[in-house]
Design a protein around this ligand. Structure first.
Ligand code: S3P
Length: 434
């Protein structure tokens, strides 16, 4: 537990970089392990989640050398894996667990996966179901109920399927595509709602036989070739905390360099711009992912409506967007937020509790099968004693709320930021006007 005190900020100024993208770091490590050869990954995110993936790959016999200071990982693989000697521990990383289930389903040995308590409660059936249709044998082990970790993956022969996504989830899509690398025949994933496409882009640079047309991804098994070098763009999901802080706190102007601006991740920036946010995307360029610098200035925010179809492109940014809505003048509505119930914590509950303490009027409504949130902002936030609920994105959102509030705030525990952004406070300190 690490409690912090948060004083209202006088301004944010300066130029910073945020650490490498979490989703891309996981995928870079996993595909480097599947490919034959040596891959150097630069700007890799050294956070608890990505270390869970590296730990699992290392237990599967992949040679990994990690240089945390240089944010560099070198992976040397023969393209094959060996049976781990013990359980694979996923820590709290849902992406590691779900995506690796796809890879493990295609191996000729059995493995067992377990995780830290918060991940033992998160649903796995959404990924087990399509993998089982491909022929995977995934069984609940230990005391867990069906569909939750710990899970045992038994050896099986996989075949391609045509899967139409029921829940918009990039983790599920990625698990199916990785299993497809070991399957006989074609694997097709159809996405009614587009989710982050990092796996598809990464598979392309590894030479996979993958085609994307409209919302349909088609993959055929084949050998992957290492691209030798991968640079991981800065994480837009980390940058967004500084973006909202700079918009909300007077006297602010910041530049965040080398951030990934993949359209499937830019939903929050699009929303903040239509709320009146002065955000400029500068020096746009492309590696295998689009990347740019982002300039932000203090702005008067106004309310907006976020439609359900926008949610997959801003799912991880919803807590901080709720803070922005609490600051903005007028009534904002965010539709289709039910997936927030099964994140690291129930993020609807965590945000309702915290925003209410900050003096914001927030209501949750049930609509058909979904849930929507209504936030009326504009009266200013009042400092409060806030809780992280052991959730990194709730914690960072509350720090930003505290900076924008009138009066002092506290946060019970900031240590959970190690999941995605270990040096969050260090980078923030660099930006705060003294
Ligand atoms: C992720 C996908 C999203 C996101 C998570 C990372 C990924 O989860 O919330 O933080 O790397 O594929 P879902 O696929 O469950 O929506």
């Amino acid at each position: 537990m690490k409690t912090i005190k948060i004083a209202p900020a006088k301004g944010l100024r300066g130029v910073v970089r945020v650490p490498g993208d979490k989703s891309i770091s996981h995928r870079a490590a996993i595909l480097s392990a599947i490919a034959c050869g040596k891959t150097t990954i630069k700007n890799f995110l050294f956070s608890d989640d990505c270390l869970a993936t590296l730990g699992a790959l290392s237990a599967l016999g992949v040679r990994i050398s990690a240089d945390k200071k240089a944010a560099k990982v070198v992976i040397a693989s023969s393209g094959g894996f060996k049976k781990p000697r013990s359980l694979l521990f996923m820590k709290e990383s849902g992406t590691s667990a779900r995506v690796l289930l796809g890879l493990l389903s295609g191996q000729d040995f059995s493995t067992e996966l377990t995780a830290a308590p918060s991940l033992l409660r998160r649903p796995m059936q959404r990924v087990i179901e399509p993998l089982a249709l491909m022929g995977a044998r995934i069984k609940a082990s230990g005391k867990s109920k069906e569909g939750f970790l710990p899970l045992q993956v038994l050896p099986s022969r996989l075949h391609g399927i045509h899967w139409r996504q029921k829940i918009a989830s990039a983790q599920v899509k990625s698990a199916i595509l990785l299993a497809g690398l070991y399957a006989e025949g074609r694997t097709v994933v159809e996405e009614p709602q587009k989710t982050r496409d990092h796996t598809e882009r990464m598979l392309k640079i590894f030479g996979a036989d993958i085609k994307i047309k409209g919302g349909k991804i088609t993959l055929t098994a084949g050998v992957l070739r290492s691209p030798r070098n991968i640079f991981v763009p800065g994480d837009i999901s980390s940058a967004v905390f500084f973006i909202v802080a700079a918009l909300a706190v007077k006297n602010s102007r910041i530049l965040i360099k080398d951030v990934g601006i993949n359209p499937s991740r830019m939903g929050a920036v699009r929303v903040l711009k239509r709320m009146g946010g002065r955000i400029k995307i500068l020096r746009k360029r492309s590696i295998f992912e689009p990347i740019a610098d982002i300039e932000v200035q203090t702005s008067a925010l106004k309310a907006t409506t976020i439609k359900a179809h926008e949610i997959p492109c801003l799912i991880d940014e919803l807590p901080i967007l709720m803070v922005a809505a609490g600051i903005a003048r007028g009534r904002s509505v965010i539709e289709g937020v039910q997936e927030l119930r099964v994140k690291e914590t129930d993020r609807i509950a965590s945000m309702v509790s915290n925003l209410t303490k900050l003096g914001v009027n927030i209501k949750v409504r049930l609509l058909n099968k979904g849930e929507s949130i209504e936030i009326t902002g504009g009266d200013g936030l009042s400092g409060a004693d806030l809780l992280s609920f052991c959730d990194h994105r709730t914690a960072m959102s509350m720090v930003v709320a505290g900076l924008a509030a009138k009066g002092r705030s506290s946060l019970d525990d900031i240590s959970c930021v190690t999941k995605s952004f270990p040096d969050f406070l260090g980078v923030l300190k660099h930006l705060l006007v003294k």
